[in-house]
Ligand binder design. Sequence first.
Ligand code: FES
Ligand code: FES
Length: 187
Amino acid sequence: MGTHDITLTVNGEEEALTVESRTLLVHALREGVGDTAPKVGCESGKCGACTVHLDGEAVKSCMVLAAAADGGEVTTVSGLGGASGEGEGTAELDAVQTAFHEEHGLQCGYCTPGMVMTVEDLLAERPDPSEAEIRHQLKGNICRCTGYQNVVRAVETAADRLSEDPEAELGADAADADGGTASEVSD
Ligand code: FES
Ligand code: FES
């Protein structure tokens, strides 16, 4: 099995890794970089638990070979956070994370890192999405706990807050994103 020396910039930190040809980006992040925010679920592109941003676009990191991501900029949910959090326990959360916290958009939390990264991508492209657009965007992110109602409410709350408060923040790379949507990569 061949190996590759690659470099990834993960949440702003440059990381040099040696990976096998078959190594998936999600495993490189979790085991090589030590960022366990992206979760391993189906490993076949169906559940969205592993969603991260690669060069500003939401991707399922189980569907990307680490070697193919060489030189890329990766943002995981660990790299989010800003000045928009309000209230005890939320000061380091960004607008989307804060809304998930407030609206109880999670139960066990396994799907949440991927959900949040998908929502960051949605709101960067569509700051005022309809409920149908929210549900469409999230169709590639499976949650076994919440029934999605609170997740949708969290996205609506985040969108409202971002429209009302210009100081509220999305994750930095999501705000810059100009690529395809998570729904496109999950199709
Ligand atoms: S683990 Fe990547 S989509 Fe399920
Ligand atoms: S909160 Fe448990 S899988 Fe979504």
